[in-house]
Ligand binder design. Structure first.
Ligand code: BEZ
Ligand code: FE
Length: 275
C-alpha cells in the first residue's frame, strides 16, 4: 500500500465519486472536494480551528427554522448569493438587473389599485414610485405584476415587529394598458440584517457593519416573461457602497425627488421574454 500523502489521498476521495448515478451531483461534489482540499492546504488549520469551524456551521444550522434561514444570511454576507445571482441572471440591455430576494418576502400580499399606498400606518415620509414595465425593446407590458415590500420607518419588516399591522408595507400592483404602474409608500431607511445569531457574531468579529442601504424590494413578473427579483436603492444612503450583503448595482440606484407633498421616484422595469 502506498504511503499516505495528499495527492493520492485526493485522487482516492475523487475516485470514490465515480459510481454516482447523478452526473451533476458527482461534478458538484468533486469540485467541492477539490476546493476544500485546496482551502485546507492553504490555511493549514489546527484541529482546534477545524472544530471551531464545524461548531460555527452547527450553530448556523441550529439558528434556522421556518422563520429564519441563517445559512442564506451567511451566503449573503460572504457575497456568494450575489455571485450565484449574477451567474444565473447576468445583465442584458433593456432588462432590469437583479438583486437578493432576502428573507422577508411573504406570499399573499394585498392586491392594490395603482396609486394606493402600501403603508397602513402612514408613519414616515410619503413617496410615490411610478413608471412602466416593458419588454427588452421598450414595448409596454400590460398586466405585469409588481410584488412590493419594504421595512417601516423603524427599520423593521412587519414580520419582525408586532406593533405593525399585518402585511404593512406590502402590496401587489398590476400595470395598466400602457404598461404603467404607480404606488405610494414611505421613504425607506437603512437597517441592519439580523445580527443576534452566529452570522452576526462573525460579522462583528470581522469588524464589519451589518447595515443594508435603504431599499424597496420588487418581484416583477408577467405571463411569457422571466420574473425579475430586485430592489431599488435610495441615492443618498450612506451605506450604498458597503451594503452588508453586496446587493447594490448602479442601475438600481434611484433619485428621490422632493415634491411639494411627497417624494417622487420614477423607474421603468424591463423584462426578458421566457425561452
Ligand atoms: C433584505 O433586504 O431584506 C435582506 C437581504 C439579505 C439579508 C437580510 C435581509
Ligand atoms: Fe430588505
Amino acid at each position: 500500500m502506498a504511503d499516505f500523502t495528499i495527492e493520492p489521498h485526493l485522487a482516492d476521495a475523487l475516485g470514490r465519486l465515480g459510481e454516482a448515478k447523478d452526473e451533476r451531483l458527482r461534478e458538484l461534489t468533486a469540485a467541492f472536494t477539490r476546493h476544500m482540499f485546496a482551502f485546507i492546504e492553504e490555511v493549514r488549520p489546527t484541529e482546534q480551528e477545524w472544530l471551531a469551524g464545524i461548531e460555527f456551521l452547527t450553530a448556523v444550522g441550529q439558528e434556522c427554522d421556518d422563520k429564519r434561514q441563517e445559512f442564506i444570511l451567511l451566503s449573503d454576507m460572504l457575497g456568494v448569493t450575489m455571485l450565484v445571482d449574477y451567474l444565473n441572471h447576468g445583465s442584458a440591455p433593456g432588462v432590469t438587473e437583479t438583486s437578493v430576494l432576502g428573507p422577508f418576502h411573504r406570499e399573499g400580499a394585498p392586491k392594490l389599485d395603482n396609486g394606493t399606498t402600501i403603508s397602513q400606518d402612514g408613519i414616515g415620509e410619503p413617496v410615490v414610485i411610478s413608471g412602466r414595465v416593458t419588454d427588452e425593446a421598450g414595448a409596454p407590458i400590460t398586466g405585469a405584476v409588481l410584488d412590493v415590500w419594504q421595512t417601516a420607518a423603524n427599520g423593521l419588516y412587519e414580520v419582525q415587529d408586532d406593533s405593525q399591522p399585518d402585511y404593512n408595507l406590502r402590496g401587489i400592483f398590476t400595470t395598466d394598458g400602457d404598461g404603467r404602474y404607480a404606488l405610494r409608500t414611505v421613504k425607506p431607511v437603512s437597517y441592519p440584517v439580523p445580527i443576534d445569531g452566529p452570522v452576526g457574531a462573525l460579522m462583528t468579529a470581522l469588524g464589519r457593519h451589518s447595515y443594508r442601504p435603504a431599499h424597496v424590494h420588487f418581484i416583477v413578473s408577467a405571463e411569457g416573461y422571466k420574473p425579475v427579483v430586485t430592489q431599488l436603492f435610495t441615492d443618498d444612503d450612506p451605506y450604498l457602497r458597503s451594503d452588508a450583503v453586496f446587493g447594490v448595482k448602479g442601475s438600481l440606484v434611484v433619485t428621490y425627488q422632493r415634491g411639494a407633498e411627497e417624494w417622487r421616484v420614477t423607474y421603468d422595469f424591463g423584462l426578458e421574454r421566457a425561452a
